[in-house]
Design a protein around this ligand. Sequence first.
Ligand code: NAD
Length: 395
Amino acid sequence: MIIGVPKESFPGERRVALVPAVVPTLKKAGHDVLVEAGAGAGAMFPDAAYVEKGARLASSRAEVFASADAVVQVLGHGANDKTGRADLPLLRRDQILIGFLRPLAVPETVQEIAVTGATAFAVEFVPRITRAQNMDALSAMTTVAGYKAVLLAADVLPRMFPMLMTAAGTILPARVLIVGAGVAGLQAIATARRLGAVVSAYDIRPATKEEVRSLGARFVELPLEAADAQDKGGYAKAQDEAFYQRQRELLARVVAESDVVITTAVVPGKKAPVLITKEMVAGMAPGSVIVDMAAERGGNCELTRAYETVVEHGVTIIGAVNLAGSLPHHASQMYARNITALFLHLVRSGAPALDVADEITRETLVTRGGEVVHPRVRDALKLPPLEAPDPQARP
Ligand code: NAD
């Protein structure tokens, strides 16, 4: 197959879906890679590096879409709410499309992709199972974001992170609180620790306690028991408002004692819970910083504005969105490995004919043959369920 890599078109996006290093892997598996000229430039992967590894260059976006059997993107239509729609007329029936599509947040855009007849896969839906770990782009991007969130906080904080004992006196270490110890939170803990901060963390899933401690942070014990904290996939379950109210009361003191708070608490498919109220912000020392990594999902802090940095009561609140995009080189390297593994898996399991008996294929497939085929996306669109698919059906 010819795998096409268009330049990302979301304004300011510097990542690229494939990097030169994965081209030989794809070529060895019998595929060709066609890269739009300049696609990797923002991530420091020049055209010449792709050519050296055996890729071909296309002079235009239209050429990539017209020639490719499979188009791979970072932000596809849906995830790219600025310019993604312009790609729709370029897609054709049975053409494979792989990328972030935000299928549950904006399901109507999945329907628009379906109309083109393309066979689209949403990388957000890669199941969190052991054999799909190397395809889990969401975890990869979240890891990068967790690291960057700490750097943003350190940059704005008027204090240093590490403890220093100098001739000019002793500097006390910064106190960092991480709320939500999933992929982003654990990376934030590790990064803040490397910078020398004293780190505490809290998560409603008791299973995170050991992970937090193993990274050298203190687990904040709250006398608060979530009835049913975790689903069988390992994700947090939504709690009722009384629980969140109690959590806010108990967290208030820890928040007030922290110089930096990084929040990552989300519940799949739900608006992020508000865990830091404006009163709690007012209780923090002036100069403190909150980085709200749940900003795009409504925010964990009541005062967060997504994409913006606001200062309230002397506290800087960063509405962090797309932090992975701000480290395009390594984010692209990780994404490219994930996408290559996913693509090769789909091909091994029969693409362009698709083995929907395979969990990874079935879970990531969102459109095929002009239809939205993913049950959860159909549900979000209020479409009736499709009849059980034929496991070996061609797209
Ligand atoms: P996420 O991004 O959905 O949520 C971030 C964290 O916020 C979670 O740890 C969650 O428990 C926490 N949270 C939710 N509500 C909260 C509240 N009210 N207070 C405090 N914390 C709250 O989570 P994630 O990082 O995607 O990870 C979720 C799970 O998936 C974990 O069990 C993780 O180990 C697992 N996982 C598995 C794989 C794999 O097997 N391939 C890959 C990645 C993640």
